[in-house]
Design a protein around this ligand. Structure first.
Ligand code: ZN
Length: 400
């Protein structure tokens, strides 16, 4: 049996070949081409709208056992956008695939306020959308992109840094956010509020210098070849920034890596040490699924062209293996082995001492290096064109 789709197709072809005359057929072809152009134009329109959309959606809570919502002048709506009358503060709990408040079950709830919505006592601008997720509650904060940036500055750096470094941070955070918004069009949210994307903790740590840096760079993003770039950044590179392909496999022309001695002006932010016993490290490796026993040493493997470890060699009585630098950081803890630029020595007490420079993946702008460049008198534009060579600064409102 042919499917109904096939029958429809057959009927159209009959109509096309037997009923229509040749000149009518060419008319149909022109119409079809015009329709295809219109469809692609509407797709283009969607992308353009996404570039210029002035809001952003941040996942601020992923799977909470309960959420308290408070604030002045809170307006509540359900999943269909209809107003809901709730007493505020409201305690929301997940039940099955719904949200329970005051004995009533809802699929979704949205809370908004002219001032702030308090989620578990923390203030957020815009609206907070609650929905059931992974047996808990997910909260997505939707707010103006520029307001998001004002709150973000003091999560990523300090707004007391030289203003040109703060402005550079505002531009790359905006660029990163717009790029993610484009990549995750139609998804429930655009960004995580952690180091996975950019750290964001609500509006409580906004201040006047952060607001000034955002205002003075309003709508500015970094572009390459007309598109908004993937503006990765990190805390400190420790001597040279990393090429994107060495971390994520994808080579990007503006993320090749540059020399940076500037972060060494802040030694406490750049140099690090970490001590761990062979016994404890063996346990971490086993917990991560590596079948080893009798760990005897850790040796740095070969370096890549940017001075970072391509491999870390794990030597043991049973199960000796090699991990990539990033895998090793993940096993021990990204916050403890702060970069893949380190040496290691074995002490007499069967302890390993890691000594390294740099903090983070090393790709894109080096935040502590940018601070020093600003102190040296460089503008935010100069700082950005150094760390992202070949890029161009543009206003979102002027992009087409
Ligand atoms: Zn650096």
């Amino acid at each position: 049996m042919p499917s109904s789709k096939k029958l429809t197709h057959y009927a159209i072809m009959c109509f096309y070949s037997q009923v229509l005359r040749p000149h009518e057929r060419s008319g149909i072809i022109i119409l079809l081409v015009l329709a295809a152009i219109l469809v692609s134009w509407s797709g283009f329109g969607k992308i353009q709208a996404a570039v210029q959309d002035d809001t952003i959606r941040i996942a601020i809570v992923k799977s909470a056992p309960e959420i308290t919502v408070a604030g002045d002048g809170i307006v509540v709506t359900n999943g269909a956008g209809e107003p809901v009358s709730l007493s505020i503060p409201a305690l929301v709990k997940p039940v099955g695939d719904g949200l329970l408040v005051d004995g009533t079950l809802y699929k979704k709830l949205s809370f908004s306020s002219e001032t702030a919505v308090y989620i578990n006592n923390k203030p957020y601008r815009g609206s907070a959308e609650l929905s059931p997720f992974d047996k808990g509650i997910q909260v997505v904060n939707q707010l103006l992109l520029e307001e998001y940036l004002v709150g973000l500055i003091n999560c990523e750096i300090s707004s007391s840094w030289p203003i040109e470094a703060v402005k550079a941070q505002a531009i790359i955070a905006r660029t990163y956010a717009v790029n993610r918004r484009l990549a995750r069009m139609g998804a429930p949210y655009h960004l995580e509020s952690s180091v996975i994307d950019q750290v964001y903790d609500g509006s409580s740590i906004e201040d006047s210098r952060a607001r000034r840096a955002v205002h003075e760079t309003e709508g500015e993003v970094l572009t390459y070849g007309g598109g908004v770039i993937q503006a990765y950044y990190h805390s400190s590179c420790g001597g040279r920034t990393e090429a994107s392909e060495n971390v994520w496999g994808a080579a990007l022309p503006y993320l090749k890596g540059v020399e940076c001695q500037y972060c060494f002006s802040s030694p406490t932010a750049t140099a690090w040490e970490y001590k761990i016993s062979l016994k404890d490290l063996e346990e971490r490796l086993r917990n991560a699924g590596y079948k080893i026993s009798g760990l005897s040493s850790i040796k740095p493997g070969v370096l890549n062209g940017r001075g970072r470890l391509k491999q870390v060699l794990v030597q043991a009585t049973v199960g000796s293996t090699a991990l990539t630098g990033d895998q090793f950081r993940k096993v021990v803890g990204y916050g403890l082995i702060k970069s893949t630029r380190f040496t290691v020595t074995t002490g007499s007490k069967k302890e390993l001492l890691f000594s390294g420079t740099g903090n983070g993946h090393g790709v894109g702008l080096c935040q502590w290096g940018a601070k020093q460049r600003a102190l040296d008198g460089f503008s935010s534009d100069e700082i950005l064109s150094y760390y992202y060579p070949g890029t161009e600064l543009k206003k979102l409102s002027e992009m087409n």
